[in-house]
Design a protein around this ligand. Structure first.
Ligand code: ADP
Ligand code: MG
Length: 309
């Protein structure tokens, strides 16, 4: 790297994220960052890797890929209802141009959500990749978790499903001005909604990253319950099935990943405005996830994206 590694790191990363909150007392510039957690709060920490050709297509721009990687990591905080306090960013890049693009995209996302970049690592690599570690705070004991659902709870969905997969297909088909492309290129973590749900006392939530079926099963497994979901109640179902055909719409919603909607359960007496979430089913004792489409049972084969299958 002609500029020199340390100059490059300082220029690209020091102070380049969102504003510092009280949580970080010392950020980029030493062997580690120093933090002061807020009293009576717990810290939620999550880490995610995104790799070129695995998580984004080879011909997708690196800055947008890194932006999406940060957003998808922040979505894990949204799912648990935490308020982001800082992020650590590992950049693995084939050359300094790639470091620059990945850094620009990641820091742009952090500024958009006003989250501080507290540190990270920068390394040369055979493949471009970023790894994002996020930390968020919430009042002790209030985190929404996958094991919080109860028989009789109503299942709600906040955000869209199936749009990312439709956009990804358009990208592969080179329809760069397609209706769904924007949903593939940009990703919106539902941070405000996650915090609002946690403040309402919601106990169970997950962000749908691997398709509705797989992520609903994660809740069922952790909570030892089953679910019945009505696919035609998923937001924009009629629009999706008009545009894509029923079978492709079904696949996208159930198995397409990366929409990052929030799937949560709430006691039957609770109500939420349509702008926040829609009811898509209920929890029951019988294990497994049953799917209904226009009142009829449907059975779909494979479950969702699995890196090693
Ligand atoms: P060390 O050799 O101690 O691991 P580095 O040279 O890797 O230190 O990093 C120097 C400083 O720059 C550290 O404070 C580190 O957190 C920060 N840093 C390095 N790469 C990144 C990055 N991609 N994003 C944010 N901060 C970074
Ligand atoms: Mg290092």
């Amino acid at each position: 790297m002609a500029e020199g590694e340390f100059k490059l790191i300082n220029r690209l990363f020091k102070g380049a994220g969102g504003s510092a909150k009280g949580f970080t007392s010392f950020g980029i510039g030493d062997d580690g960052s120093i933090h002061k957690p807020t009293a009576a709060c717990e810290l939620v920490v999550s880490t995610d890797s995104s790799v070129q050709n695995v998580h984004w297509p080879d011909d997708f721009s690196l800055d947008k890929a890194a932006d999406r990687a940060v957003c998808s990591a922040l979505s894990d905080l949204a799912a648990m209802g935490a308020e982001p306090v800082c992020v650590w960013l590992n950049v693995m890049a084939v050359d300094s141009t790639a470091v620059e693009l990945l850094g620009q995209g990641a820091t742009a996302a952090l500024r958009r959500y006003d989250v501080e970049l507290a540190g990270g690592d920068t390394s040369k690599s055979a493949t471009n990749a970023v790894s994002v570690t996020v930390a968020g705070e919430l009042p002790a004991g209030s985190a929404m978790r996958r094991d919080g659902a109860k028989t009789g709870d109503v299942v709600w969905l906040c955000g869209k499903l199936g749009f990312h997969a439709a956009g990804l297909k358009q990208w592969f088909d080179k329809e760069y001005d397609g209706l769904f492309i924007q949903h593939f290129e940009t990703l919106t973590p539902q941070l405000q909604a996650g915090i609002a749900l946690r403040e309402r006392g919601i106990a169970c939530c997950i962000d749908v990253s691997d398709g509705l079926l797989q992520d609903a099963e994660h809740i069922c497994h952790a909570s030892k319950i089953g679910m019945e979901l009505e696919i035609n109640k998923v937001p924009d179902w009629a629009y999706l099935s008009d545009q894509l055909g029923e079978s492709a719409a079904l696949n996208n919603v159930m198995q397409g990943g990366e929409d990052y909607a929030l799937l949560f359960t709430a006691p039957a007496h609770m109500a939420f405005p349509d702008e926040l979430a829609l009811k898509i089913g209920h929890c029951r004792q019988k294990p497994g996830v049953a799917l209904l489409l226009n009142g009829k049972k449907v059975d779909i084969g494979s479950k969702g994206y699995d890196h090693f299958s």
